[in-house]
Ligand binder design. Structure first.
Ligand code: DAT
Ligand code: MG
Length: 151
């Protein structure tokens, strides 16, 4: 197992419901290291890029509408096997199928409101974390200025 960085994002429903602390807490308790954090409003173009593999799906417009509906919290978490482990902590895509003990299993009931995103591969982790940094530097993006880099 290798030290990896994964991108975790609290989606607008999670932010609106006040679950940011709960999500962060689970990753902290697991033992991962928080290396970046940002609160921002995802532009439509970036949402479409983020979910481009799902472009042909019937739910794609709804998904983009949801993810751009309010601020999201973007994070990078580092640790041994962090990508797969984060996916386990998050649970299955459909919250009704997610195991109790997982974030989605404990905190959500709807596929279209499943609280959190986690990268599905180390490559996508790098790619998705890159956007967070890019957004941080792009002053044209409407954002709550909130940035943290631990080292
Ligand atoms: P995950 O978020 O578990 O990686 P995914 O990448 O397949 O799942 O899909 C991204 C998001 O799209 C998912 O979190 C919720 C939504 N979604 C996926 N499949 C869906 C479906 N069949 N109906 C409605 N929304 C769906
Ligand atoms: Mg996915």
């Amino acid at each position: 197992e290798q030290v990896e960085e994964t991108y975790v994002m609290v989606k607008p429903d999670g932010v609106q419901r006040g679950l940011v602390g709960e999500v962060i807490s689970r990753f902290e308790k697991k033992g991962f290291k928080l290396t970046a954090l940002k609160l921002f409003q995802c532009p439509k173009e970036l949402a479409e890029e983020h979910y481009k593999d799902l472009k042909s799906k019937s739910f794609f417009p709804k998904l983009i509408n949801y993810i751009t509906s309010g601020p999201v919290v973007c994070m990078a978490w580092e640790g041994v096997g962090a990508v797969a482990s984060a996916r386990k902590l998050i649970g299955a895509t459909n919250p009704l199928q997610a195991e109790p003990g997982t974030i989605r299993g404990d905190l959500a009931v709807q596929m279209g409101r499943n609280v959190v995103h986690g990268s599905d591969s180390p490559e996508n982790g790098k790619r998705e974390i890159g956007w967070t940094y890019k957004m941080t530097q792009d002053t044209s993006i409407v954002e709550v200025p909130c940035r943290l880099r631990t080292q």
